[in-house]
Design a binder for this molecule. Structure first.
Ligand code: PHE
Length: 335
Protein backbone atom coordinates (compact mmCIF):
# COMPACT_ATOMS: atom_id res chain seq x y z
CA UNK A 1 0.00 0.00 0.00
CA UNK A 2 1.11 3.51 -0.73
CA UNK A 3 2.44 5.40 2.30
CA UNK A 4 -0.13 8.10 1.85
CA UNK A 5 -2.98 5.61 1.81
CA UNK A 6 -1.58 3.88 4.85
CA UNK A 7 -1.35 7.14 6.78
CA UNK A 8 -4.82 8.08 5.63
CA UNK A 9 -6.18 4.72 6.88
CA UNK A 10 -4.36 5.19 10.18
CA UNK A 11 -5.72 8.67 10.71
CA UNK A 12 -9.21 7.28 10.13
CA UNK A 13 -8.99 4.18 12.36
CA UNK A 14 -6.72 5.41 15.17
CA UNK A 15 -9.08 7.97 16.81
CA UNK A 16 -11.65 5.24 17.53
CA UNK A 17 -8.95 3.03 19.07
CA UNK A 18 -7.74 5.96 21.24
CA UNK A 19 -11.24 6.81 22.33
CA UNK A 20 -11.92 3.15 23.19
CA UNK A 21 -8.97 2.95 25.58
CA UNK A 22 -10.58 2.84 29.02
CA UNK A 23 -7.43 2.49 31.14
CA UNK A 24 -3.97 4.01 31.07
CA UNK A 25 -2.58 0.58 30.12
CA UNK A 26 -4.90 0.28 27.12
CA UNK A 27 -3.98 3.80 26.05
CA UNK A 28 -0.26 3.06 26.34
CA UNK A 29 -0.71 -0.03 24.15
CA UNK A 30 -2.65 2.01 21.59
CA UNK A 31 -0.01 4.73 21.61
CA UNK A 32 2.73 2.21 20.98
CA UNK A 33 0.76 0.76 18.05
CA UNK A 34 -0.10 4.17 16.58
CA UNK A 35 3.04 6.29 17.03
CA UNK A 36 5.59 3.91 18.57
CA UNK A 37 8.74 2.41 17.01
CA UNK A 38 6.86 -0.33 15.17
CA UNK A 39 3.96 1.90 14.16
CA UNK A 40 2.96 2.90 10.61
CA UNK A 41 4.06 6.43 11.44
CA UNK A 42 7.59 5.27 12.36
CA UNK A 43 7.69 3.04 9.30
CA UNK A 44 6.64 5.95 7.09
CA UNK A 45 9.40 8.14 8.55
CA UNK A 46 11.95 5.44 7.85
CA UNK A 47 10.78 5.16 4.26
CA UNK A 48 10.93 8.89 3.64
CA UNK A 49 14.56 8.69 2.41
CA UNK A 50 13.62 6.23 -0.26
CA UNK A 51 10.81 8.34 -1.64
CA UNK A 52 10.98 10.25 -4.84
CA UNK A 53 12.69 13.56 -3.91
CA UNK A 54 9.97 15.69 -5.48
CA UNK A 55 7.32 13.98 -3.31
CA UNK A 56 9.39 13.85 -0.14
CA UNK A 57 8.36 17.24 1.19
CA UNK A 58 4.66 16.57 0.66
CA UNK A 59 4.82 13.13 2.31
CA UNK A 60 6.93 14.52 5.14
CA UNK A 61 4.32 17.17 5.84
CA UNK A 62 1.59 14.52 5.76
CA UNK A 63 3.46 12.26 8.22
CA UNK A 64 3.99 15.14 10.55
CA UNK A 65 0.36 16.28 10.35
CA UNK A 66 -0.99 12.76 11.02
CA UNK A 67 1.52 12.16 13.85
CA UNK A 68 0.80 15.51 15.56
CA UNK A 69 -2.96 15.09 15.24
CA UNK A 70 -2.94 11.54 16.62
CA UNK A 71 -0.56 12.53 19.41
CA UNK A 72 -2.97 15.32 20.36
CA UNK A 73 -5.82 12.78 20.51
CA UNK A 74 -3.72 10.44 22.64
CA UNK A 75 -2.70 13.25 25.05
CA UNK A 76 -6.28 14.44 25.36
CA UNK A 77 -7.44 10.90 26.10
CA UNK A 78 -4.66 10.52 28.68
CA UNK A 79 -5.86 13.65 30.52
CA UNK A 80 -9.38 12.29 30.60
CA UNK A 81 -8.29 8.88 31.91
CA UNK A 82 -5.96 10.43 34.48
CA UNK A 83 -8.72 12.62 35.85
CA UNK A 84 -11.10 9.64 35.98
CA UNK A 85 -8.51 7.59 37.84
CA UNK A 86 -7.90 10.34 40.39
CA UNK A 87 -11.59 10.86 40.89
CA UNK A 88 -12.10 7.14 41.46
CA UNK A 89 -9.20 7.05 43.95
CA UNK A 90 -10.63 9.99 45.88
CA UNK A 91 -14.08 8.43 45.93
CA UNK A 92 -12.64 5.17 47.28
CA UNK A 93 -10.85 7.08 50.07
CA UNK A 94 -13.75 9.32 50.96
CA UNK A 95 -15.30 9.51 54.45
CA UNK A 96 -18.99 10.27 54.48
CA UNK A 97 -19.12 13.35 56.67
CA UNK A 98 -22.81 13.83 56.00
CA UNK A 99 -23.85 11.08 58.47
CA UNK A 100 -25.61 12.49 61.51
CA UNK A 101 -23.32 12.33 64.57
CA UNK A 102 -23.96 10.07 67.50
CA UNK A 103 -25.08 12.48 70.21
CA UNK A 104 -24.18 12.09 73.89
CA UNK A 105 -27.08 12.12 76.32
CA UNK A 106 -26.02 14.19 79.28
CA UNK A 107 -27.27 12.77 82.55
CA UNK A 108 -28.35 14.77 85.58
CA UNK A 109 -28.90 14.09 89.23
CA UNK A 110 -32.27 12.64 90.15
CA UNK A 111 -34.77 15.19 91.44
CA UNK A 112 -34.43 13.84 94.99
CA UNK A 113 -30.66 14.25 94.90
CA UNK A 114 -31.09 17.75 93.49
CA UNK A 115 -33.35 18.71 96.39
CA UNK A 116 -30.95 17.14 98.94
CA UNK A 117 -28.14 19.22 97.42
CA UNK A 118 -30.24 22.38 97.54
CA UNK A 119 -31.14 21.86 101.20
CA UNK A 120 -27.54 21.15 102.12
CA UNK A 121 -26.28 24.20 100.19
CA UNK A 122 -28.56 26.45 102.24
CA UNK A 123 -27.21 25.11 105.55
CA UNK A 124 -23.59 25.00 104.38
CA UNK A 125 -23.94 28.71 103.56
CA UNK A 126 -24.93 29.22 107.23
CA UNK A 127 -21.79 27.45 108.45
CA UNK A 128 -23.03 23.86 108.85
CA UNK A 129 -20.89 20.92 107.78
CA UNK A 130 -22.18 17.67 106.23
CA UNK A 131 -21.94 14.19 107.77
CA UNK A 132 -23.33 10.79 106.82
CA UNK A 133 -24.16 7.73 108.89
CA UNK A 134 -25.04 4.05 108.55
CA UNK A 135 -28.38 2.96 107.11
CA UNK A 136 -28.25 -0.26 109.12
CA UNK A 137 -28.38 0.93 112.72
CA UNK A 138 -28.66 -0.44 116.22
CA UNK A 139 -31.76 0.18 118.27
CA UNK A 140 -29.45 1.91 120.75
CA UNK A 141 -28.66 4.78 118.38
CA UNK A 142 -32.00 4.75 116.58
CA UNK A 143 -34.05 4.84 119.81
CA UNK A 144 -32.35 4.50 123.22
CA UNK A 145 -29.70 7.21 122.86
CA UNK A 146 -32.47 9.51 121.64
CA UNK A 147 -34.48 9.09 124.83
CA UNK A 148 -37.11 6.93 123.11
CA UNK A 149 -38.44 4.57 125.82
CA UNK A 150 -38.35 0.78 125.43
CA UNK A 151 -42.13 0.76 125.31
CA UNK A 152 -42.45 3.28 122.50
CA UNK A 153 -44.67 1.92 119.68
CA UNK A 154 -42.26 3.07 116.95
CA UNK A 155 -39.92 0.28 118.09
CA UNK A 156 -42.46 -2.36 117.07
CA UNK A 157 -42.10 -4.35 113.88
CA UNK A 158 -45.27 -2.76 112.63
CA UNK A 159 -43.25 0.46 112.22
CA UNK A 160 -39.59 -0.56 112.09
CA UNK A 161 -37.83 -2.95 109.71
CA UNK A 162 -35.51 -5.21 111.69
CA UNK A 163 -32.52 -6.95 110.15
CA UNK A 164 -32.21 -10.68 110.75
CA UNK A 165 -28.56 -11.53 111.52
CA UNK A 166 -29.25 -14.79 113.36
CA UNK A 167 -29.25 -15.36 117.13
CA UNK A 168 -27.80 -12.16 118.53
CA UNK A 169 -29.31 -9.75 116.08
CA UNK A 170 -31.60 -8.20 118.64
CA UNK A 171 -31.93 -4.53 117.91
CA UNK A 172 -30.31 -4.35 114.46
CA UNK A 173 -32.58 -2.41 112.16
CA UNK A 174 -32.86 -0.12 109.16
CA UNK A 175 -32.78 3.37 110.64
CA UNK A 176 -36.22 4.93 110.81
CA UNK A 177 -34.85 8.48 110.77
CA UNK A 178 -31.51 10.29 110.44
CA UNK A 179 -31.64 11.31 114.12
CA UNK A 180 -29.32 8.48 115.29
CA UNK A 181 -26.55 10.55 113.70
CA UNK A 182 -27.22 13.22 116.33
CA UNK A 183 -26.02 10.77 118.97
CA UNK A 184 -23.21 9.31 116.86
CA UNK A 185 -21.92 12.73 115.85
CA UNK A 186 -21.92 14.15 119.38
CA UNK A 187 -20.16 11.03 120.69
CA UNK A 188 -17.39 11.56 118.15
CA UNK A 189 -17.14 15.38 118.19
CA UNK A 190 -16.88 17.99 120.93
CA UNK A 191 -19.16 21.01 120.83
CA UNK A 192 -19.74 23.35 119.11
CA UNK A 193 -21.61 21.28 116.52
CA UNK A 194 -23.24 22.60 113.36
CA UNK A 195 -23.98 19.63 111.13
CA UNK A 196 -26.54 18.43 108.58
CA UNK A 197 -26.98 14.75 107.73
CA UNK A 198 -28.67 13.65 104.51
CA UNK A 199 -29.58 10.04 103.96
CA UNK A 200 -32.03 7.22 103.36
CA UNK A 201 -34.43 6.09 106.06
CA UNK A 202 -36.77 3.10 106.20
CA UNK A 203 -40.18 2.42 107.65
CA UNK A 204 -42.63 -0.43 107.49
CA UNK A 205 -45.08 1.50 105.32
CA UNK A 206 -46.73 0.32 102.12
CA UNK A 207 -46.11 2.47 99.01
CA UNK A 208 -48.91 4.94 98.42
CA UNK A 209 -49.17 8.53 97.11
CA UNK A 210 -47.68 9.95 100.33
CA UNK A 211 -45.72 7.05 101.86
CA UNK A 212 -42.79 4.91 100.85
CA UNK A 213 -40.89 2.23 102.81
CA UNK A 214 -37.68 4.04 101.77
CA UNK A 215 -37.35 7.79 101.73
CA UNK A 216 -34.81 10.51 102.42
CA UNK A 217 -34.32 12.89 105.30
CA UNK A 218 -31.98 15.72 106.10
CA UNK A 219 -31.20 16.00 109.81
CA UNK A 220 -29.79 19.15 111.36
CA UNK A 221 -28.06 19.69 114.70
CA UNK A 222 -26.66 22.85 116.24
CA UNK A 223 -25.05 22.67 119.68
CA UNK A 224 -23.18 25.51 121.34
CA UNK A 225 -23.02 27.31 124.67
CA UNK A 226 -25.91 29.68 124.09
CA UNK A 227 -28.29 28.31 121.46
CA UNK A 228 -31.89 29.43 121.98
CA UNK A 229 -35.27 28.63 120.51
CA UNK A 230 -34.89 32.01 118.73
CA UNK A 231 -31.87 30.59 116.86
CA UNK A 232 -33.94 27.56 115.86
CA UNK A 233 -36.77 29.75 114.56
CA UNK A 234 -34.48 32.18 112.76
CA UNK A 235 -32.45 29.43 111.11
CA UNK A 236 -35.44 27.40 109.94
CA UNK A 237 -37.42 30.43 108.79
CA UNK A 238 -34.42 31.51 106.77
CA UNK A 239 -34.26 27.99 105.30
CA UNK A 240 -37.96 28.09 104.31
CA UNK A 241 -37.52 31.47 102.58
CA UNK A 242 -34.47 30.26 100.70
CA UNK A 243 -36.12 27.02 99.67
CA UNK A 244 -39.67 28.17 98.86
CA UNK A 245 -39.22 31.88 98.15
CA UNK A 246 -38.52 35.01 100.16
CA UNK A 247 -42.18 35.80 100.86
CA UNK A 248 -42.80 32.41 102.50
CA UNK A 249 -44.40 32.65 105.95
CA UNK A 250 -43.77 30.03 108.61
CA UNK A 251 -45.36 29.05 111.92
CA UNK A 252 -44.22 26.72 114.67
CA UNK A 253 -46.81 24.39 116.15
CA UNK A 254 -46.11 22.58 119.44
CA UNK A 255 -45.39 18.89 118.98
CA UNK A 256 -43.75 16.01 120.81
CA UNK A 257 -40.48 14.19 120.13
CA UNK A 258 -38.68 12.32 122.94
CA UNK A 259 -35.28 13.74 121.88
CA UNK A 260 -36.26 17.43 121.82
CA UNK A 261 -37.92 19.59 124.47
CA UNK A 262 -39.73 21.73 123.60
CA UNK A 263 -40.61 20.22 120.20
CA UNK A 264 -42.40 21.74 117.24
CA UNK A 265 -43.47 21.25 113.68
CA UNK A 266 -42.67 24.04 111.27
CA UNK A 267 -45.40 24.77 108.75
CA UNK A 268 -44.96 27.03 105.75
CA UNK A 269 -47.52 28.96 103.72
CA UNK A 270 -46.95 28.11 100.09
CA UNK A 271 -49.25 28.19 97.05
CA UNK A 272 -52.26 29.22 99.11
CA UNK A 273 -52.05 26.62 101.86
CA UNK A 274 -50.18 25.72 105.03
CA UNK A 275 -47.84 22.73 104.70
CA UNK A 276 -45.98 20.80 107.36
CA UNK A 277 -42.30 21.01 106.40
CA UNK A 278 -40.30 19.49 109.24
CA UNK A 279 -40.01 18.45 112.88
CA UNK A 280 -37.72 20.32 115.23
CA UNK A 281 -37.00 21.27 118.81
CA UNK A 282 -34.40 22.07 121.45
CA UNK A 283 -32.14 19.10 122.13
CA UNK A 284 -33.41 17.26 125.20
CA UNK A 285 -30.82 17.42 128.05
CA UNK A 286 -31.30 13.66 128.43
CA UNK A 287 -29.77 13.19 124.97
CA UNK A 288 -26.77 15.37 125.90
CA UNK A 289 -26.24 13.14 128.93
CA UNK A 290 -26.47 9.99 126.81
CA UNK A 291 -23.62 11.21 124.57
CA UNK A 292 -21.44 12.68 127.31
CA UNK A 293 -22.18 16.39 126.80
CA UNK A 294 -22.80 18.55 129.88
CA UNK A 295 -26.36 19.95 129.66
CA UNK A 296 -25.47 22.68 132.13
CA UNK A 297 -22.92 24.01 129.61
CA UNK A 298 -24.43 23.43 126.16
CA UNK A 299 -27.80 23.90 124.54
CA UNK A 300 -28.85 23.09 121.01
CA UNK A 301 -31.56 22.62 118.48
CA UNK A 302 -32.27 19.80 116.06
CA UNK A 303 -34.54 19.33 113.10
CA UNK A 304 -35.41 16.65 110.57
CA UNK A 305 -37.13 17.02 107.22
CA UNK A 306 -38.45 14.62 104.61
CA UNK A 307 -36.83 15.26 101.25
CA UNK A 308 -39.53 13.69 99.05
CA UNK A 309 -42.16 15.79 100.78
CA UNK A 310 -40.16 18.97 100.19
CA UNK A 311 -39.52 17.98 96.57
CA UNK A 312 -43.26 17.49 96.06
CA UNK A 313 -44.13 20.83 97.66
CA UNK A 314 -41.43 22.60 95.73
CA UNK A 315 -42.29 21.13 92.32
CA UNK A 316 -46.05 20.58 92.67
CA UNK A 317 -45.78 16.79 92.40
CA UNK A 318 -49.00 15.20 93.67
CA UNK A 319 -47.99 11.55 93.96
CA UNK A 320 -44.77 10.43 95.64
CA UNK A 321 -44.56 7.41 93.35
CA UNK A 322 -43.78 9.67 90.36
CA UNK A 323 -40.44 10.39 92.02
CA UNK A 324 -39.60 6.70 92.41
CA UNK A 325 -40.65 5.11 89.13
CA UNK A 326 -37.83 6.57 87.03
CA UNK A 327 -40.17 7.38 84.17
CA UNK A 328 -38.20 9.54 81.77
CA UNK A 329 -41.23 11.69 81.02
CA UNK A 330 -41.21 12.74 84.66
CA UNK A 331 -37.47 12.89 85.29
CA UNK A 332 -36.79 14.96 82.16
CA UNK A 333 -38.83 17.81 83.63
CA UNK A 334 -36.23 18.25 86.35
CA UNK A 335 -32.98 18.57 84.38
N1 PHE B 1 -36.58 12.35 113.59
C1 PHE B 1 -37.86 13.03 113.50
C2 PHE B 1 -38.74 12.26 112.48
O1 PHE B 1 -38.25 11.44 111.77
C3 PHE B 1 -37.70 14.45 113.04
C4 PHE B 1 -36.97 15.30 114.02
C5 PHE B 1 -35.61 15.43 113.94
C6 PHE B 1 -37.66 16.00 115.00
C7 PHE B 1 -34.93 16.23 114.82
C8 PHE B 1 -36.99 16.80 115.88
C9 PHE B 1 -35.64 16.92 115.79
O2 PHE B 1 -39.93 12.49 112.44
Amino acid sequence: MDIREELQALSESAPARIAAASTMEELAAAESDITGKKSPVAAARRMLGKIDPDQRREVGILIKRVAVSLQRDIDARRSVLLLAEETADLAADAIDITLPGRGQTVGTHHIIQQVVDEIIDIFVALGFTVARGPEVETSFYNFTALNIPDTHPSRLETDTLYVDYGDDDEGVLLRTHTSPMQARYMEQNDPPVYVVVPGKVFRSDPLDPTHSPVFHQVEGLAVDTDITFGDLKGTLEMFAKQFLGKDTEVKFIPHYFPFTEPSAEMHAYSNGRWLELLGCGMVNPAVFENVGYDPSVVTGFAFGMGVERLAMVRHGVTDLRYLLENDFRVLRQFV
